[in-house]
Design a protein around this ligand. Structure first.
Ligand code: ZN
Length: 283
């Protein structure tokens, strides 16, 4: 659906500051609670108005309201709009900046301390038996024990996007990596995507080194037990999608990909990340 409201107008309409300005700056030493309550009710009236509009205009998903990529809901989730940078022009300026090696996105360099709660490519009944396009990484303590834990860039790369989509995605970081191909002097691009974050610690256009702290593990605003949804995609700049699909074309199995890269340093296999404890599937 095409958004009928230009972003600038929405931002102005929805900012608390503009609400406050409308009320005027009166000297009212006892009026703080009252005015705070007024602002709150104005905010919730706006929220109800927007939800109604959304229902009327059918921006719905099978699970309820569609938050994804919708600036209206980014505001409701307390989030920020999508911010992007073009990695190609930056790579052109720094031809010597590319991938030399890889590490895992959480825990130790080789993912120590973490397990995969939901593997890549599994059919998830909660999502109409679509395939999971990433991996869900959890700390071995289970539950929310990894909330706020650091997430690291898997390799040298350029941050191409940060966003808070709210809903099922929450905060996201996308990083584009320039990977040397077997033919000398040739390169191909892959993209790593980190979702449901609690905090984002990088800006689009930023050059990050392997192992650099790029954000922290979150729960997409309370949508799930906290975990990292982690994807590796071929190429870069593909549509966000929904984290699940009937096909896995264009997506790598992240751990298989990483093991193939780090195998010179350490012998590893996918099974070592099997859930250590009895746990339900993370969404
Ligand atoms: Zn996931």
């Amino acid at each position: 659906m095409k958004n009928p409201f230009p972003k600038q107008i929405l931002r102005k309409l929805l900012s608390l500051k503009s609400l406050r300005q409308e009320q005027g700056l009166k000297y009212n030493p006892r009026g703080f609670f009252k005015s705070a309550r007024t602002r709150k009710s104005q905010k919730s009236t706006l929220a109800i108005l927007i939800l109604t509009l959304c229902l009327l205009t059918q921006c719905q998903s099978p699970k309820g309201l569609g938050y994804q990529g919708n600036p209206l809901f980014a505001w409701l989730g307390g989030g920020t709009a999508e911010k992007k940078a073009d990695p190609v022009s930056i790579y052109q300026r720094y031809p010597q900046f590319f991938v030399d090696s890889y590490e895992f996105p959480v825990g130790g360099k080789f993912g120590e301390g973490f397990y995969i709660a939901q593997k890549f490519g599994v059919e998830n009944p909660k999502f109409g038996y679509r395939f999971h396009l990433g991996e869900d990484w959890n700390y071995i303590g289970g539950g929310d024990s990894d909330f706020g834990s650091p997430i690291y860039s898997i390799a040298n790369g350029i941050v191409s996007l940060t966003a808070d989509y709210g809903g099922g995605w929450g905060k996201i970081v996308r990083i584009v990596h320039k990977h040397p191909s077997p033919e000398k002097g040739q390169f191909f691009f892959i993209e790593s995507l980190y979702a449901h974050l609690y905090t984002i610690e990088v800006e689009p256009g930023q050059m990050v080194r392997k192992g650099e702290w790029i954000g922290t593990i979150g729960d997409a605003g309370g949508s799930y037990p906290s975990h990292l949804h982690f994807e590796i995609r071929a190429g870069f700049g593909s549509a966000l999608g929904g984290g699940y699909s009937f096909g896995t074309d264009g997506f790598f199995s992240p751990t298989k990909f990483l093991i193939a890269q780090v195998s010179k340093e350490k012998l590893m296999n996918e099974d070592q990340f099997a859930p250590a404890l009895e746990k339900s599937l993370a969404p």
